[in-house]
Design a protein around this ligand. Structure first.
Ligand code: SF4
Ligand code: SF4
Length: 104
């Protein structure tokens, strides 16, 4: 187990990428509930066809299907210069999608 820069305990991630491309086909957004209130945010995201996939008292975690423009087939066109957010993923258990080659 390692510790993130914010001091949160992180689970050790095992496995390797099987190049399925799934994680390049969506965004996960976390929206603070206190900004507008839960019901207002849920109404707004439903109109966009977005799902709430998790929530706690402060945040809604949203699943946004949106393919990255740098994806070709299942592979990254800019693999050698892709953002660090891509290079480091997945960092936590909840970032591991179904079919991913990583596990905890
Ligand atoms: S979902 Fe997992 S296995 Fe698939 S491309 Fe992303 S990191 Fe690799
Ligand atoms: S930049 Fe590459 S690795 Fe990152 S989301 Fe896009 S296709 Fe995937």
């Amino acid at each position: 187990m390692s510790t993130s820069r914010r001091g949160r305990k992180m689970t050790k991630i095992k496995g390797s990428c099987n190049k399925c491309g799934t994680c390049c086909r969506f965004l996960i957004l976390r929206v603070p509930i206190k900004l507008y209130g839960r019901s207002d945010i849920v109404q707004w995201i439903r109109y966009h066809g977005i799902d709430v996939i998790d929530k706690d008292k402060d945040m809604l975690k949203l699943f946004v299907p949106l393919e990255c423009k740098m994806l070709k087939g299942n592979l990254c066109k800019i693999n050698d210069r892709k953002p660090k957010v891509c290079k480091d993923a997945p960092q936590t258990k909840d970032q591991i999608v179904k079919g991913c080659g990583y596990y905890v």
